[in-house]
Write a protein that binds this ligand. Structure first.
Ligand code: GTR
Length: 408
């Protein structure tokens, strides 16, 4: 008996210590709106040389490229585009949990550069109803794909809803591009294909590699007759949502970019310092961003940009930001403000009539307005069936797919 009691007693003490130290750690972060500093944000419409940007031409030839360059140099690292060869090896998998209404194909994407090859498995579920070509949503996943496919209760990758609404559901695990691990992140393309990036202070790191991986999936979509790649969306949750924004901003082949609860380093404005901060993210996840980003630890005001300008760089294509009420760590209000500020570029340059409200309401709500979408849902940090439902509603509108939803 004593032997049995001792470990559980110790365990309780241990849990107590972990719980209280976690509380202390959380208390160091600001969750009080009144403590958010007055925001002085860099202007999307003024170039680094001080020129006023008045036209689509000036935005696309000057401002957008210089913003993307600054984000690459200081935050996400370079995004190499060159490789020697890409191949797609397909295998149809007949037996799977969604076989009643969906076909499963596993595609091995092989990318070669300088005599080395990286292989990335891409999983595709396509609707059995309808003939296609189908629109596609790609999820950048840092969770194990095998689990997501086999656990039908987990809607993180909602295969049933996505395919039954007439979309191809595609997913890859970042493990095969750059493992989501401090000690192993360079084991993927940063060793096999782009080793020189590791030597550069503005070199590619984890998040950039994941964005690169999504771009290779798009290379596959472009040549696959089952897929209408002009109706494509890249989706990421949290860390994946940061990578999705970086991907969507750089690669104009994506019609919609979805960034779910991406917070610091994603949709949230860094200068608000609400919830996770630049210093905290660089300390906990030093392998996500380029080395230069460390300079901004506790120094957010010195950033030559803020995250609204990353979202604006996606214009005029679709952008959707989502937040959850219990996810203060990701700063829901900061995520919304970024989108709202980015909407100025859609309105003033691209003449879009977006009408995202001025004031942020901290209650469940959504706005789908032209190319821009937002929702705040009740509950915790996660990607859920409810999020997918809103995402697909927005995509239906963008792609004129309303009939598919109605005929379900
Ligand atoms: C947290 C991290 C966030 C977010 C999240 C996630 O630990 O601080 O930036 O990316 O993980 O990916 O779920």
């Amino acid at each position: 008996m004593t032997i049995l009691f001792k470990p559980s007693y110790l365990l309780m003490i241990l849990i107590g210590i972990i719980f209280s130290s976690n509380l202390i750690a959380q208390e160091q972060f600001n969750y009080d709106e009144s403590k958010v500093p007055a925001l002085v944000l860099p202007d999307p419409f003024v170039s680094t040389k001080g020129e006023i940007i008045n036209s689509i031409e000036e935005w696309e030839s000057t401002r957008r490229p210089e913003l993307l360059q600054a984000f690459a140099d200081e935050m996400y690292g370079q995004l190499p585009k060159d490789f020697d060869k890409i191949t797609f090896q397909e295998e149809v998998i007949a037996s799977h949990p969604y076989a009643g209404f969906s076909s499963y194909k596993l595609v091995q994407i092989g990318v070669s550069r300088n005599g080395k090859t990286q292989t990335i498995p891409l999983h595709l579920f396509s609707p059995k109803v309808g003939r296609g070509p189908f629109p596609v949503v790609l999820l950048i996943s840092h969770r194990k794909v095998e689990h997501l496919i086999n656990d039908k209760e987990d809607k993180f990758f909602d295969i049933q809803q996505i395919t039954q609404r007439g979309y191809v559901a595609a997913i890859f695990d970042v493990e095969y591009v750059s493992p989501d691990d401090k000690d192993r992140f360079s084991d993927g393309i940063l060793t096999s294909l782009y080793p020189e990036q590791m030597q550069l202070p503005n070199g590619m790191r984890g998040l950039g590699a994941w964005a690169w991986g999504a771009m290779r999936a798009m290379d596959y979509f472009e040549q696959e007759p089952l897929i209408d790649h002009t109706k494509s969306a890249v989706v990421g949750h949290s860390r994946g949502g940061k990578a999705a924004l970086w991907c969507g901003a750089n690669d104009i082949r994506w019609a919609i970019t979805y960034s779910n609860e991406s917070g610091c380093g994603g949709a949230a404005l860094s200068r608000r310092k609400f919830g996770e901060t630049v210093e905290r993210i660089n300390t906990a996840f030093p392998y996500w961003f380029t080395d230069n980003f460390d300079f901004f630890n506790g120094n957010e005001e010195k950033l030559p940009f803020d995250q609204h300008q990353l979202i604006a760089s996606i214009a005029p294509r679709g952008v959707y930001i989502a937040s959850a009420m219990e996810d203060l760590w990701a700063d829901p209000k900061g995520e919304y403000l970024s989108l709202k500020l980015a909407s100025q570029v859609y309105q003033q340059l691209y003449d879009e009539k977006t009408d995202l409200p001025e004031d942020y309401v901290f209650a469940p709500h959504f706005h789908h307005s032209g190319s821009l979408g937002y929702h705040l849902r009740a509950g915790q940090h996660n990607l859920t069936g409810e999020d997918w439902e809103k995402f697909l509603d927005f995509a239906d509108n963008q792609f004129g797919n309303l009939s598919k939803k109605e005929s379900r």
